[in-house]
Design a binder for this molecule. Structure first.
Ligand code: AN0
Ligand code: CP
Length: 315
């Protein structure tokens, strides 16, 4: 695998899920593969799971890991070409990415959207500049529009826990006090489209995801109707795509509650984390045996390990 920016970089999703499960069963089976190889993880935004699970995955493969938190530690970067850099930015991405390419064999990047200018966010300036100017394979640690390592871990978790051949998977919008990206739901939808599941997305009007991601995925505006018969309930907030980056409502009626879970087909509760308790889902859901959020977070290691293994094999 030459890069991992979206599901479109994966030929065979089933095989990658199977690889992640093999890595989970035998974490150190490829510890020679990454010997004398270095991965650089570059964070433009906060992270707990992505940072630590990707480090664990790389270490299990025998790699060295270096981490750069650009916000606090590095020079402020310029992305636009042809600018006179007499403002706040001390370094251009052309040099910064090129330097990272000198130091690393593989580069991971996290860069959230501004949620201010849709076209600008969709250009994915940070991650595409890293691809262009580093000359190294790049793995997305969540870009402006996608979070593929999360979605792969979600596929692994559903594969482990499904009780029927073709489970009903419901992605439900949930309230949140801050404007969040569409990256997690976008990716979840495009990965689920490659799995044997019945996917339904439910959200209030105005929260329609981009048609580029949704394609022919079913939308049900009535949350109760969507949750009926669900085997997996995946909660996530996102800001509006049509009224780009806006919070249209805080409606607590969309929070996932134990009562709502009781009306499903004994569904498992999923969330990518971090989750705001009693806003997105109530304590009773998160503390119930139905919640698989920790298993899901644990699977971030094996997903990253499967991806890095494929990338190392292609070096
Ligand atoms: C981020 C988001 O919604 O994209 C990261 C989730 C993995 N969440 C927050 O900023 C709370
Ligand atoms: N789920 C996830 O990506 O978490 P972090 O933002 O903590 O990395």
């Amino acid at each position: 695998m030459k890069q991992f920016l979206s599901v479109h970089d994966v030929d065979d999703v089933d095989a990658l899920v199977a690889e992640a499960l093999r890595q989970k069963a035998s974490p150190f089976s490829s510890e020679e593969l990454g010997r004398h190889r270095t991965i650089g993880l570059v964070f433009f935004n906060s992270s707990l799971r992505t940072r630590l699970s990707t480090q664990r995955a790389a270490q299990n493969l025998g790699m060295q890991v270096i981490v750069l938190n650009t916000g606090q530690d590095a020079w402020q970067l310029e992305f636009a070409d042809g600018t006179v850099m007499d403002g706040g930015s001390a370094e251009h991405i052309r040099e910064a990415a090129g330097v990272l390419g000198e130091y690393c064999d593989i580069i991971g990047v996290r860069a959230f959207p501004s949620l201010k200018d849709r076209e600008d966010d969709e250009r994915e300036a940070v991650i595409s500049s890293m691809v262009r100017f580093s000359g190294r394979p790049v793995v997305s640690l969540e870009s402006a529009t996608r979070h593929p390592l999360q979605s792969l871990a979600d596929c692994v978790t559903i594969e482990e826990l499904r009780t029927v051949r073709r489970p009903k998977v419901v992605l439900t919008w949930a309230p949140h006090p801050r404007a969040l990206p569409q990256a997690v739901p976008n990716s979840f939808v495009e990965w689920m489209q490659r799995r044997e599941v019945d996917l339904v997305v439910t959200h209030p009007e105005g929260y329609e995801l981009s048609p580029e991601f949704m394609r022919d995925t079913a939308v049900e505006y009535d949350q109760a109707a969507a949750l009926s018969g669900a085997h997996f309930v995946y909660a996530k907030n996102w800001s509006s795509y049509s009224q780009y980056g806006k919070i249209l409502r805080h409606d607590p009626a969309w929070m996932v509650t134990a009562e709502k879970m009781a009306a499903t087909a004994d569904a498992r509760f999923m969330h990518c984390l971090p989750v705001r308790r009693n806003v997105v889902a109530d304590d009773a859901v998160l503390d119930s045996p139905a919640s698989v959020v920790l298993q899901q977070a644990g699977n971030r290691i094996w997903s990253a390990q499967a991806v890095l293994k494929r990338m190392l094999e292609a070096l």
